[in-house]
Design a protein around this ligand. Structure first.
Ligand code: ZN
Length: 260
């Protein structure tokens, strides 16, 4: 007859083919022992394996998958899995297994984890999860891009003005219809730029790839004067709230940030 210490020594194996045998021994021990703390001890032995980063991933998964047998008897012990779920460096597959176990036996604990969206979004590949976005980094990148684009605004205004003058002088001439065609083309191109391009994935370049508008942050935009309180009164400013959304590519799962 095995005792818990020799079973624990057996569970120290990092061989995924060997490990289930020792789990069986553990189940056997649970049935035959009178140890009042048997369920806690058994859960502890499995959780030691599941929670130690140095162990083989397969073996850690096997340990998590062995826990449902006693899960309902030791819901409190399962708290230790919170650490695994919380740690974003841990393999996502393991974190999913841990969060599923908590969901089944101690769903109260899940409340602490709801901010980890990757724990619940099962559309991603757990063995190859998309990179984590640093939202503030992404926002400063967008700001820089807008600053670069601002240089072109006077040029665009000048071109529109020139275009309008051209249209005015072309009125009642033979080539007026070409001018109209030009404007139509310009409108179509603008629509494409405004509607189609923002939905294109910046990584795999596929069109209509953007999914899931998820608000991750918001901040006050620049302050704008909207009028004043009576004559000579102090000006009234308003600032629009800018929402930061995290979106994802439907095809390659690449994440990026947009502002609204
Ligand atoms: Zn993509």
């Amino acid at each position: 007859m095995n005792d818990i210490d020799s079973i624990k020594a057996g569970l120290a194996t990092d061989d995924p083919t060997e490990f289930p045998k020792h789990v069986e021994e553990l189940y056997e021990w649970l049935k035959t022992t009178n140890d009042p703390w048997r369920n806690q001890r058994a859960a502890g032995a499995l959780l030691d394996v599941a929670c130690s980063k140095e162990r083989n991933l397969e073996v850690r998964l096997l340990a998590v998958n062995a826990l449902p047998v006693i899960g309902d008897k030791v819901p409190e012990e399962l708290k230790r899995l919170i650490g695994v779920c919380d740690e974003e460096d841990e393999p996502l597959r393991l974190r999913w297994a841990a969060v599923d176990l908590l969901q089944a036996f101690n769903p109260e604990l899940i409340k602490m984890l709801i901010y980890h969206k990757d724990l619940f979004d099962r559309t991603i590949d757990p063995d190859n999860p998309p990179p984590k976005l640093n939202v503030s980094d992404e926002i400063s990148k967008i700001a820089e891009k807008q600053k670069r684009e601002m240089k072109f605004y006077p040029l665009i205004a000048l071109m529109i003005f020139g275009g309008m003058m051209g249209t005015y002088f072309a009125f009642n001439t033979d080539y007026f219809r070409y001018v109209i065609a030009g404007w139509t083309a310009l409108v179509i191109v603008s629509i494409i730029l405004a509607v189609v391009m923002p939905r294109r994935c910046p990584k795999c370049r596929r069109f209509f790839a953007r999914v899931k508008l998820e608000c991750v942050d918001s901040y006050s935009g620049p302050s704008m004067p909207i009028g004043s309180l009576g004559t000579g009164g102090s000006p009234v400013h308003t600032s629009q709230r800018v929402n930061v959304y995290e979106v994802r590519c439907r095809f390659c799962k690449h994440p990026w940030v947009i502002l609204r």
